[in-house]
Design a protein around this ligand. Sequence first.
Ligand code: HEC
Ligand code: HEC
Length: 156
Amino acid sequence: MKKKFPGRWFFFTGITFLLLSACEKEGNEGNQTNISTYQSAKSHNTGKNCMECHVSGGQGKGWFNAAGTVYDSTKTTVYPGATVRLYSGPNGTGNVEATIQVDANGNFYTTENIDFGNGLYPSAEGNKLTKFMGSSITAGTCNGCHGVTTDHIWTK
Ligand code: HEC
Ligand code: HEC
């Protein structure tokens, strides 16, 4: 009986560890898939820098690799149904590394892995106009600059 004790001890510690780590994965702290679609309307905080919260250690649901808000030419009204793409080259050249649908609130976001490499060039595509960012970015915190140090992202 005494000889069996260490075996049982390891067994029960093992089970406890597995249960604890399973609970941890179900908690809000882990990353979760969260990707915008044209139809979805679950987003909030329009115009704000989503990555103030949607990052590892933050409270937001899912850690975004690219996110922001697209407006129409008034720059005050959002533009649902637009499309954001990230190209490896300027002005729509090279490969499309990401395509993100702008949701019903004008927001776009993705937890999908994006290889920014030496930098990617964003575009905002509306029904009548596609605008290209002239410079490249290595992080997808679009609203960290747009609406703060430069105009909102907009198209028509
Ligand atoms: C101040 C912190 C904060 C900011 C800024 C923020 N979020 Fe969130 N977000 C949260 C929290 C907390 C949750 C989880 C609770 C909830 O659903 O409200 C969440 C949840 C979400 C969800 C999931 C809703 C669901 O039910 O599945 C989406 C989508 C989302 N955020 C998109 C965005 C977008 C896009 C932005 C930027 C335009 C953004 N968030 C900015 C804190 C934030
Ligand atoms: C580091 C700050 C910064 C980040 C991050 C950033 N931008 Fe920009 N963006 C700018 C600046 C500054 C300009 C104007 C100069 C230029 O085009 O390079 C600009 C221009 C643009 C334009 C063209 C605007 C026009 O009127 O022609 C689009 C579209 C755009 N950005 C989209 C995006 C998207 C989408 C993201 C996120 C994936 C993003 N930007 C991230 C700073 C940023």
